[in-house]
Write a protein that binds this ligand. Structure first.
Ligand code: NAD
Length: 546
């Protein structure tokens, strides 16, 4: 059967209520904006919306037929039951890709995946929260802005950022760099990904070769003009080549899917077709080749660091694989969360998103207006909304992301629910927050690296977060652990709540949003971060300090 990947518009319901309809539209949306929807792949190499097509179709059927007092149970992208619960319970609960500790290794994951017993949902693919490259864009922009504050007098004009990877998440980098005022060069090994980011307006130009790319960047630096350039090539070759030429960018990072040595990273000397063939014929050889390339790639990043560039890991395990490959100094490159964002997470300020379910972009603009008026004192939010309006194109259902914290998310969600009730918006709005959020993720090489109290590897926090979300009547609650190359590296929790304009939604939003961010602040307070302890006290959180 030939499948179409479109979003649904308007207010005609195919389900028994807006809550179910909302989740169905979000599922459609992640496929419409995903990287390879025919394979159900949304982003991050292997992050899938459902286990397989029969599972997908059964989920759609369940959402279309279920009543409000039922809960759909999904195990690694496959629906396994529709339980009678009650109308204040979540409509969907999910556990994706959770493997027992000693067995949670990439090789075991691939084996279980081949047997169709498990699938990885990425962080936002499997629970239908992905909103295209926009989902990560403010995070990338905030990192660049923090670096600008700390190292470049708050100004990235005339500065050169070197990075790689134009996939589902990495594709946000060129636009985030340009929004921050820099000249940014992104190396990408797959021409189709370059074409896609240019088509949707996230990337401005493509250079024919490295000479031309560096010339374009130099020119933009001299003119102090923002510019994004893409270059077809393998980062493990291009980074050392740039270093050998004595060119030192101001900022260097990478967002290839380096976490997955089989389905994500493309090793030097291999075409995409050769890599696809090796996935079925020789996984160990492919893993070795990827690791060897990552060694070259990270060695060059360290070379840039030694020559004065600000270098950071942007959450793709590239240091971890380099270290395994013998790069002893790999962890001298800091992780972005600890280096730049942790003070925000301590106050539960993190990537919070809303999606206009009617597909009317005006709804997002009206919510932007609300934020600009009612959050006028919040410089991060005001700056971001103005920039996002100007630069960020919508993909799929119109959506917005903004880094809001404790209390702010509740306030916005309730205001939007009122706007829906009063008919000011064309339809309901869904709220989700990213997994990379204060209480929602344990990931000792990304989110929780070098926690103050040493609690990096403790996964209790996201599990508690998910249970709190269920207790707080959220509409969809998910628990994930890593899959593919992330196997054994992380556990996280996701949540979605629908503002359908009802009084019941007021209660759901009030409890879910407030308790979700409370968990975030309490997680960091418990680890002893002064900012979190201050936030807990200032906002009178029910934190039990022992
Ligand atoms: P993706 O699979 O959609 O895209 C990865 C891209 O990297 C592909 O376009 C691929 O062609 C390219 N690539 C692979 N090897 C390459 C090489 N050697 N040289 C040049 N290009 C190469 O993945 P994504 O969704 O864009 O995610 C990228 C990484 O970022 C993943 O590891 C993901 O887990 C991580 N991530 C980080 C954050 C964050 O908040 N920092 C958020 C989400 C994802």
């Amino acid at each position: 059967m030939k499948r179409e990947f479109n979003v649904t518009s308007g207010t005609t319901l195919r389900c028994k209520g807006w809550r179910q309809e909302a989740l169905l539209r979000l599922l459609e949306n992640v496929l419409a904006v995903g990287e390879d929807p025919a394979q159900l792949i949304v982003y991050a190499a292997l992050g899938r919306a459902a286990r397989d097509w029969p599972s997908h179709d059964a989920i759609v059927h369940a959402l279309k037929t279920m009543a409000e007092d039922q809960t759909l149970v999904v195990q690694s992208g496959k629906p396994i039951g529709l339980l009678r619960t009650h109308s204040r319970a979540p409509l969907v609960i999910m556990a994706n890709c959770n493997m027992i500790g000693q067995w949670a290794k990439a090789e075991n994951f691939y084996d279980l995946e081949q047997k169709n017993l498990i699938c990885w949902g990425g962080l936002t693919a499997g629970d239908w929260q992905y909103i295209g490259s926009q989902g990560v864009i403010q995070g990338t922009y905030e990192i660049f802005s923090r670096i600008a504050e700390r190292h470049f007098d708050n100004d990235l004009r005339g500065r050169f950022i070197l990075t790689a990877g134009l996939g589902g998440m990495g594709g946000a980098q060129p636009l985030a760099g340009r929004m921050a005022g820099a000249a940014i060069l992104t190396i990408e090994v797959d021409q189709e990904r370059i074409d896609k980011r240019m088509k949707i307006g996230f990337l401005e130009k493509q250079a024919h070769d490295l000479d031309e790319a560096l010339e374009m960047i130099r020119d933009a630096q001299e003119k102090r003009e923002p510019l994004s350039v893409g270059l077809l090539g393998n980062a493990a070759e291009m980074y050392p080549e740039i270093l050998a030429r004595g060119v030192v960018p101001d900022i260097v990072t990478d967002q290839t899917a380096a976490h997955d040595l089989v389905y994500g990273y493309v090793p030097v000397g291999h075409t995409l077709d050769q890599v696809r063939a090796l996935r079925t014929t020789d996984i160990p050889a492919l893993m070795n080749a990827s690791r060897a390339s990552i060694v070259q790639h990270v060695s060059a990043m360290l070379g840039f660091k030694d020559r004065g560039a600000i270098v950071f890991d942007n959450g793709n395990l590239i240091r971890t694989h380099a270290k395994e490959g013998g790069v002893e100094r790999a962890f001298e490159i800091p992780i972005f969360t600890e280096a730049f964002l942790r003070p925000l997470f301590c106050r539960a300020i993190g990537p919070f998103r809303w999606i206009a379910l009617s597909n009317d972009a005006d709804d997002i603009r009206k919510i932007d207006d609300y934020l600009l008026e009612h959050f006028a004192n919040n410089a991060i939010v005001v700056n971001w909304i103005k920039l996002a309006r100007q630069y960020v194109p919508f993909e799929g259902l119109p959506a917005r992301i903004a880094w809001l914290g404790h209390g702010e998310r509740t306030e916005l969600a309730l205001a939007v629910n009122r706007m829906v009730r009063e008919g000011l918006l064309s339809g309901p709005v869904a709220f989700t927050r990213d997994h990379l959020d204060a209480g929602a993720m344990a990931h000792p090489n990304i989110m929780t690296e070098n926690m103050r109290d040493g609690s990096d590897a403790i996964a209790d926090w996201p599990l508690l977060n998910a249970m709190v979300n269920c207790s707080s009547m959220a509409d969809l609650v998910a628990i994930h652990s890593g899959g593919g190359g992330y196997s054994g590296y992380m556990t996280s929790a996701g949540v979605t709540v629908v503002a359908d304009g009802t009084v019941e939604a007021d209660e759901r939003l009030q409890l879910s949003m407030t308790n979700d961010t409370s968990m975030g602040v309490m997680r960091y307070a418990d680890a002893g971060y002064p900012e979190a302890l201050d936030e807990a006290e200032r906002k009178s959180l029910p934190y039990i300090r022992i």
